[in-house]
Write a protein that binds this ligand. Sequence first.
Ligand SMILES: Nc1ncnc2c1ncn2[C@@H]1O[C@H](COP(=O)(O)OP(=O)(O)OP(=O)(O)O)[C@@H](O)[C@H]1O
Ligand SMILES: [Mg+2]
Length: 236
Amino acid sequence: MPAVELSGVTKRYGVRQALCDVNLSLEQGSALGLLGPNGAGKTTALRLMLGFARPTRGQVRLHGRDPADPEARRGLGYLPERLSLPSHVRVRDLLVLHAQLAGLDGPECQRQVEATMSRTGVADRAQDLLGDLSKGLRQRVGFAQAFLGPPQLLLLDEPTSGLDPIGIRDAREWIGEARERGCTILISSHILSEVERTCDQIAILHEGLVRASGRFSEVVGEGESLEDAFVRWVRG
Ligand SMILES: Nc1ncnc2c1ncn2[C@@H]1O[C@H](COP(=O)(O)OP(=O)(O)OP(=O)(O)O)[C@@H](O)[C@H]1O
Ligand SMILES: [Mg+2]
């Protein structure tokens, strides 16, 4: 059973069609890079997978279940495109709350929060208010909350946004570690080189339509760069 499956998914916002008859399937343990120009529908697709929005037509399934079912969202980690963290809350307190929401409790909750803060480079800011962090540090906290659980399915919407080059390299390592333990990963990104390094398959969306999808060799021509393939599929 696929970890994520979109079958004939259309999403309309009034007259605007954000997604049009989208079919996508992601096997457990694979990593998909979701590419597409601004407004292509990437965030909309992720929001449908999270159950934050419902499709106008078609079906979204996580491990065979409707995302509206809390059981379907168990083991799901999410890093949103626009992180909105409560400025008056301390880093550790936010992560403890997220760990509890992920079903962790007692010493295991404390252990995971400390280990995740350390791995994402925010341990020395544990007592700081989120509102006092720089943009990149907030993004690191965003990664930390997504990694608690740990998740079986990670949905990352432009995950390297705001990170410095070291943070981008760190993020690549964290995503690699998640993959090694069998986590299914979906990354929406504009950084083609990052997608090339971290994913084994891609889907290119444009104006709500999947223009191409599959393994890199199925989407990118021989001797062609991913950037050239992207432009070719988008321009049609
Ligand atoms: N809540 C909403 N209400 C109305 N229109 C929306 C809503 N959410 C998204 N849209 C529209 O749907 C289309 C797809 O938006 P979406 O955010 O999914 O694109 P995206 O591929 O994530 O773009 P970006 O790369 O800029 O993040 C856009 O035209 C957007 O304006
Ligand atoms: Mg987006």
